[in-house]
Design a protein around this ligand. Structure first.
Ligand SMILES: [Zn+2]
Length: 336
């Protein structure tokens, strides 16, 4: 089962960007609910969780917590943009990272300003001031572990907007959005258009415009999921014997799923899993499943296990039965 969190930006006392006759919070909610309902209706094995389903104020840290606590596989945040110039129009999709332009920084500042609507915001944001450009320096240290997946869906969303809805594609960018910063899974923040632009606002506030935008996001997500499913099937169908004969360096990748101070009965405790393997590290028994000669195959199994009951599964590498770092294993495998 895959879990996707759909996050309608703003809400309640935080209206978000203001158009001439509309508010971002209302448009974002409508698009979010539609997107979620398309996924629920049409995609099997996907559970949709909404951070809000009504006009409520939800702090940014709370939105991230909802996604993390539910072990979501993807986080999709839906917003509308605004600019000082009414001429600027079109769609953008963001992934977490350090901004590369002033324009992108301004978008992140605008979205993060929601923090200031919270009564006790000083407690929850590690002293981060969303209005200070200097505060954004912390994001230069940030390593986005899910950059590839996030960029993949972001590009698909933008392509759908452009090719299927005929909207202006302003591109995929990185910037320091707190809500993406604190979520521990791939995530995107979609800016569906500019409420400061008359034409964009007109489109955004109509039911048909919202339906177009939601179905574009849905189709992008569907494409992303189908791609993921195909990769996992391909990984699962690789015979393990073949993997072993290919590798001549005795390096294997496995997926670690549990640790215990006492040795456990693996066949009973980890029923249904194959290639169980355990090793002792710092006085604890560590339990792994799978045996692959490539990181990608192990990683695909890890993703599958995380969707099941092994939420904390991760890939580990071994050389001649001894644990080595993933970096070392990857570089050794790469060498001819
Ligand atoms: Zn917003």
């Amino acid at each position: 089962m895959m879990v996707v969190v759909i996050d309608a930006g703003h809400g309640g006392k935080d209206p978000g960007a203001l158009g001439k006759t509309s508010k971002e919070k209302d448009i974002a909610l409508s698009i979010a609910l539609k997107t979620g309902s398309y996924i629920e209706k049409n995609l099997k094995n996907v559970r949709v969780i909404y951070t809000r389903k009504s006009d409520r104020f939800i702090p940014l840290h709370e939105r991230a917590r909802i996604a993390n606590d539910n072990h979501a596989d993807f986080f999709i945040s839906i917003h509308c943009n605004a600019n000082n110039s009414s001429k600027v129009y079109g769609t953008e999709t963001y992934v977490m990272g350090l901004h590369k332009s002033q324009e992108n920084l301004e978008v992140a500042k605008l979205e993060n300003a929601s923090i200031l609507k919270e009564d006790d915001y000083l407690q929850h944001y590690e002293g981060f001031n969303p209005n200070s450009a200097e505060a954004y320096i912390i994001f230069s240290l940030y390593q986005n572990a899910y950059l590839d997946e996030s960029l993949n869906l972001a590009a698909k969303v933008q392509r759908q907007f452009k090719e299927r809805v005929g909207l202006r594609d302003r591109g995929v960018y990185q910037a320091g959005f707190w809500v993406l910063y604190k979520t521990t899974m791939p995530g995107i923040l979609v800016e569906t258009g500019y409420l400061s632009n008359t034409k964009d606002e007109k489109f955004l506030k109509t039911k048909s415009g919202q339906t177009y935008l939601a179905s574009a996001i849905y189709r992008a997500f569907k494409e992303y999921k189908e791609e993921l499913d195909r990769n996992q099937q391909a990984a699962a169908s690789v015979p393990i014997v073949q993997s072993e004969t290919i590798s001549n360096k005795n390096i294997f990748f496995r997926v670690q799923i549990a640790s215990s101070p006492k040795k456990v009965n693996t066949s009973r405790r980890f029923k249904g899993l194959s290639d169980m393997f355990n090793y002792k590290h710092l006085g604890e028994f560590k339990y792994c499943t799978g045996k692959f000669s490539s990181f990608n195959e192990a990683n695909a199994l890890k993703n599958t296990l995380r969707r099941g009951k092994y939420k904390d599964a991760f890939v580990v590498a071994f050389q001649d039965g001894k644990r080595i770092s993933l970096e070392k294993a990857k570089s050794l495998v790469k060498k001819p």
